[in-house]
Design a protein around this ligand. Structure first.
Ligand SMILES: NC(=O)c1ccc[n+]([C@@H]2O[C@H](COP(=O)([O-])OP(=O)(O)OC[C@H]3O[C@@H](n4cnc5c(N)ncnc54)[C@H](OP(=O)(O)O)[C@@H]3O)[C@@H](O)[C@H]2O)c1
Length: 214
C-alpha cells in the first residue's frame, strides 16, 4: 500500500513512517525541513501545510495513487482565556484545520485519492465538544473541533472512501511532553492498525479504536 504522511520528520509522524517502512510499505512524506531517515521505499517531499501553493506543489509531486493519507502535521499554541491572540487562532486554524481540508480537496482534484482511499485526520480529544473542559488551549481545541467537522463533511461527500478523525493518545513527543502516557511507537501501531482495518467512515476514535464523542 502507498501511505502519505504529513509532519513526518519527528514525533508521531516519524514513528508512523518508521513502522510502515519496517513492514515493507511504501511511504511518501510531506515535511518542512529534513527527514532524519532514508529508505528505498521512502519518498521525501516538501510541504508547508499552512500554504495552499505548497500543498498544490506537494500533491502534484505524488507519483502514485494514495491508499492512505495521514493528515498528521499539527501545532499546539498554548493560549488560554483571556490571553488568546488573533495570530494564535489564525495559525492554529491554518495548520490544524484548513491545511488538512485543502490537502484532501487538492488530492481529490488532482486524482491522487480514489475509491477505497482512506483519510486519517489526526485530531485530539481536546477537540471533542462533548468532553470540553476549561483547561485546554483555546486555539488548539477550536482548530481540532473544526478538524472534526472537516472529517464529517468529507465523509459525507467522499462516499466511496473512508474519512475519520483519530485521537493518537497523550504521546511523548515535543508536543505531548516527557510526562505523556503513550510512546510514539505504541500510538503509531494503533493508528496503522485502525487504518488497515477500517470498515466505517465519519467516526472519531482513539488510537486503540475506542469510539469518542464528537
Ligand atoms: N503528542 C500528543 O500528545 C498529541 C495528542 C493529541 C493529538 N496530537 C496530534 O498529533 C499530531 C502529531 O503531533 P506530535 O505530538 O507528533 O507533534 P510534534 O512532535 O510537535 O510534531 C509536529 C509535526 O508537525 C509538523 N508541522 C507543524 N506545522 C507544520 C506545517 N505548517 N507544515 C508542515 N508540517 C508541519 C512539524 O514539522 P516541523 O518539524 O517542521 O515543525 C512536525 O513534524 C498533531 O496533529 C497533534 O495535534 C498529539
Amino acid at each position: 500500500m502507498h501511505w502519505v504522511i504529513t509532519g513526518a520528520n519527528r514525533g508521531i509522524g516519524l514513528a508512523l513512517t518508521r513502522q510502515l517502512l519496517s513492514e515493507g510499505e511504501n511511504v511518501t512524506v510531506g515535511i518542512r525541513t529534513s527527514m532524519p531517515i532514508e529508505h528505498q521505499n521512502l519518498k521525501v517531499l516538501r510541504v508547508d501545510t499552512s500554504n495552499i501553493v505548497s500543498i498544490e506543489q506537494f500533491t502534484s509531486q505524488i507519483d502514485k495513487p494514495v491508499d492512505v493519507l495521514i493528515n498528521n502535521a499539527g501545532i499546539l499554541i498554548e493560549e488560554r482565556f483571556p490571553q488568546v491572540t488573533e495570530e494564535g487562532m489564525l495559525l492554529s486554524l491554518k495548520v490544524n484545520t484548513i491545511g488538512p481540508y485543502m490537502l484532501v480537496q487538492t488530492m481529490y482534484n488532482m486524482q491522487r485519492i480514489r475509491p477505497g482511499s482512506k483519510i486519517i485526520n489526526i485530531s485530539s480529544n481536546l477537540g471533542s465538544i462533548a468532553s470540553t473542559t476549561s483547561t485546554s488551549s483555546v486555539p488548539y481545541s477550536v482548530s481540532k473541533a473544526a478538524l472534526n467537522m472537516v472529517t464529517n463533511l468529507l465523509a459525507h461527500k467522499l462516499r466511496d472512501m473512508y474519512v475519520i478523525s483519530v485521537h493518537p493518545g497523550w504521546v511523548k513527543t515535543d508536543m505531548g511532553g516527557r510526562n505523556a502516557a503513550v510512546s510514539p511507537e505504541e500510538s503509531a501501531k494503533g493508528i496503522i492498525n485502525i487504518a488497515r482495518n477500517l470498515k466505517v467512515t465519519g467516526v472519531f476514535v482513539d488510537y486503540k479504536g475506542n469510539k469518542l464523542e464528537w
